[in-house]
Design a protein around this ligand. Structure first.
Ligand SMILES: [Zn+2]
Ligand SMILES: [Zn+2]
Length: 232
């Protein structure tokens, strides 16, 4: 009987198949270069799992390529440039859908990704701060920044109660009246308000247009940010 010999990476073997002696069916696959094993069990079993295991073994040590053709590492699925491009496209789509405000109509904090404002990573206390920041760092003013929404400081009364009753006898929670629950809720609400703590989060439904070019009033998401324009 002429048994095929195993050769590591000298012939274009796509992956090794592991079979029971005398059987044709592969029960597992191994990378032809490093021998790492991939079994259908790792993918939950079944016909799809078999194909997935084979694919994993075939591609285990293979050079990976991004959809643009650039070489990428094993842990990447896409190259940096494509990722940035996708991100930009997503932003432009979001911008197209967003309600647009002029900077003069808006006084709250704003978000500009990739830049450090006085409120942390990307967060500036207002549009003026963005303008100053650009002037100080010799940067071009962005066409728009995102508006931010106030995140109220609040404590969930039911979460507190759940935790408080955790160790108690079954049914203990039912002994607490709805009135008492509401009393606590009101207390927590008042207490939170007194703390004067507020955070802001990016609101991608509202964009703030920076009036650099002297009035971009009739901009309905077209023109300034046409798809494919190398806007920065
Ligand atoms: Zn390998
Ligand atoms: Zn790419």
């Amino acid at each position: 009987m002429n048994m095929p010999s195993i050769e590591f990476s000298t012939t274009p073997i796509r992956c090794l198949e592991l079979t029971y002696r005398g059987c044709d069916d592969a029960v597992a696959f191994a990378c032809a270069k490093c021998g790492a094993i991939a079994t259908p069990g790792m993918f939950g079993g079944g016909p799809h799992a078999r194909a997935a295991a084979q694919k994993m073994a075939e591609e285990h040590c293979a050079q990976r390529f991004c959809r643009c053709g650039a070489k990428i590492s094993k842990s990447q699925t896409i190259c940096r440039e494509c990722w940035d491009g996708d991100q930009r496209e997503r932003d432009e789509r979001k911008f197209g859908l967003a309600d647009k405000f002029l900077a003069s109509e808006y006084g709250d904090p704003v978000y500009w990704e990739g830049h450090e404002g006085s409120m942390g990573d990307g967060y500036f206390s207002n549009v003026e701060e963005v303008i100053e920041y650009c002037a100080d760092s010799d940067l071009t003013l962005p066409t728009y920044v995102w508006a931010c929404s106030r995140l109220p400081f609040a404590i969930d009364v039911d979460m507190i109660l759940e935790s408080a009753f955790e160790q108690h006898f079954e049914g203990a929670r039912d002994m607490l009246s709805e009135e008492s629950r509401q009393e606590l809720q009101q207390f927590l609400q008042n207490w939170c308000q007194k703390q004067n703590i507020e955070s802001w989060q990016t609101d991608y439904r509202r964009a703030v247009i920076l009036e650099d070019s002297g009035g971009v009033n009739d901009n309905d998401g077209e023109g300034a940010l046409d798809e494919g324009a190398p806007e920065e």
